[in-house]
Design a binder for this molecule. Sequence first.
Ligand SMILES: Nc1ncnc2c1ncn2[C@@H]1O[C@H](COP(=O)(O)OP(=O)(O)OP(=O)(O)O)[C@@H](O)[C@H]1O
Length: 208
Amino acid sequence: MQLDVRNVCLTYGDTPILNDTSFTLEPGEHALLLGASGSGKSSLLNIICGLQTPLSGSVSLGGEPVGDAVRKAHMGVIFQTLRLVSALNVRANLMLAQKLANGSPDGAKVDATLDQLGIAHRASARPFELSQGEAQRAAIARALVVSPKLLIADEPTSALDKGNTRIVAKMLIDAARNAGASLLVATHDDRLASHFARTLTLQDGKVT
Ligand SMILES: Nc1ncnc2c1ncn2[C@@H]1O[C@H](COP(=O)(O)OP(=O)(O)OP(=O)(O)O)[C@@H](O)[C@H]1O
């Protein structure tokens, strides 16, 4: 599904954050969204997910305007703070994501995804019992079990050292490729650029 970001503007109060920003991401394409801290990456991802409304402009996925329904049906999102549900173990977090996406949990897919990401042995653990790396992989698994057409990750490697940064970047790229999903990863970490064929830069409110 093509992601189409069209002439998006956003301000917080009088402060301009996004200034007539446009780009497209083709089906299956992988891109890095690079920008300094505070440049507006998370705000732009929130708008792309339909969690935040821009001042003007539009975002569509596969020709449909984004919103709750499109996000739940077609997007897997890995938030900067992961946002795993602390009352549920890892496996139940993934099942819940499937229920919210299309109402029908698929235990076999959940188990296969945990296995693929190397955390099947932590399926019964609650989020606070996980290491940072395990929690990150659990969040990636949760984004993947809904069979997304677009996988979005916000600063997925901010807490990681160089070795683990490379591992997580490769994990996201492989996972998106296996799922046939497009991938958009936002980061201020330009070390990730070497892993991506395309880099979008967010600067002064514009993506270039
Ligand atoms: N809800 C909000 N109300 C007012 N200002 C906000 C709000 N959310 C973000 N901002 C401000 O807008 C700017 C862009 O924030 P945003 O989180 O989108 O940037 P970012 O590029 O993701 O930053 P980081 O890499 O540090 O996470 C920052 O100056 C931030 O303080």
